[in-house]
Write a protein that binds this ligand. Structure first.
Ligand code: ADP
Ligand code: MG
Length: 321
């Protein structure tokens, strides 16, 4: 039997309602999602990566049932979010981008209230264990308003896990969070994942996605512009390019087993893409010269993941309305 993805997003479109200005002008509603499709494999730590305004929160909020989609469909743990909203909601825990708490509840009460919301009988609640898991056991009875920002984030993770969902979604969990705390959150997320929870996190930090996620979808202007195993995205960044101009037209594109890719314009220009862990630019030039090519001009380019990201996001047209 083929296994279903933990989340399936199919051609999801969201256009927000038109906004009316004070002077009576109406601006067209923002097209936040312009037909987004991707699958989150079960057991993955999946990164939804994109700059501010890309549409990440809109997508998460549709999954959470907080924003109505314009068209398209989404399945959570096999449940269509329209037809089986209840089961879909029970299968997912969401840590929102904004921290909102009633400041007068204690962490223990926050979790108990949430359990009550899901109708979990007292005997089956696991508030203590969750506080333990997010290292807040010693803050069990403190007022939420006395918690640090990082503690609040951790409490939100515990709150999202109250109903033991198989999927945990974190919307920008480490935005504005210091390095130590980011580490702690990453460890917590990895730990939950090791226990079998499928994790989706949105971020605009590249290193975060690279370090944590098995698979990354890059979204920009409401469109998916890449959706690959992290390894493949990083591999794209390990490549380097040497562009050479030969003294005379070449009879054919030069070839060598160590080259990853060769592009030839049919005349004097050749671009060789190679893995910088395997070759150096000097070796590439040596190979070309050994094949009898007289080189009159050379330029090199190098991509890291940041470049790949910038390149991909720059290539996507702005579809905003
Ligand atoms: P991200 O989370 O990737 O930063 P968002 O999903 O928050 O992106 O926003 C995507 C686009 O939709 C942005 O242009 C944003 O201004 C717009 N947007 C978000 N929420 C609303 C809303 N409630 N009404 C109108 N436009 C919105
Ligand atoms: Mg957001």
């Amino acid at each position: 039997m083929p296994t279903e993805p933990a989340i399936r997003i199919d051609n999801l479109v969201k256009r927000y309602a038109p906004a009316k200005g004070a002077n009576g002008t109406v601006t067209e509603g923002k097209l936040a999602l312009a037909g987004v499709s991707f699958d989150v494999p079960e057991g993955a730590i999946f990164g939804l990566l994109g700059p501010n305004g890309a549409g990440k929160s809109t997508l998460i909020n549709i999954l959470a049932g907080l924003v109505n989609k314009t068209s398209g469909s989404a399945h959570i743990w096999g449940f269509d979010i329209d037809q089986h909203r209840r089961n879909a909601s029970r299968s997912i825990g969401i840590v929102p981008q904004e921290i909102v708490f009633d400041p007068f509840f204690t962490p223990f009460e926050v979790l108990e209230n949430q359990a009550g919301f899901y109708g979990i009988p007292k005997a089956l609640r696991r508030s203590e264990a969750l506080l333990e898991a997010v290292r807040l056991a010693d803050k069990r009875n403190a007022y939420a308003r006395t918690l640090s920002g990082g503690m609040k984030r951790r409490l939100l993770v515990a709150k999202a896990m109250v109903h033991s969902p198989p999927i945990l979604v974190l919307d920008e969990p480490t935005a504005g969070v210091d390095v130590d705390l980011r580490r702690q959150l990453w460890e917590l997320v990895s730990e939950l994942n090791r226990e079998g929870v499928t994790v989706v996190l949105t971020t605009h930090y590249l290193e975060e996605a690279e370090e944590l996620c098995d698979r990354i979808a890059i979204i920009n202007h409401g469109r998916v512009i890449a959706d690959k195993p992290t390894r493949e995205l990083v591999d794209m960044a390990r490549e380097k390019i040497v562009a050479v101009t030969a003294a005379a037209d070449l009879p054919a594109a030069p070839a060598h087993a160590a080259f990853a890719k060769v592009e030839w314009d049919g005349a004097r220009a050749v671009e060789v893409t190679y893995d910088k862990d395997r070759l150096s630019a000097g070796q590439v030039l040596g190979i070309l010269q050994a094949q009898g090519i007289e080189i009159v001009d050379v330029t090199t380019r190098e991509a890291d993941l940041e470049d790949v990201f910038v390149e991909l996001t720059a290539a996507a047209p702005d579809s905003g309305g």
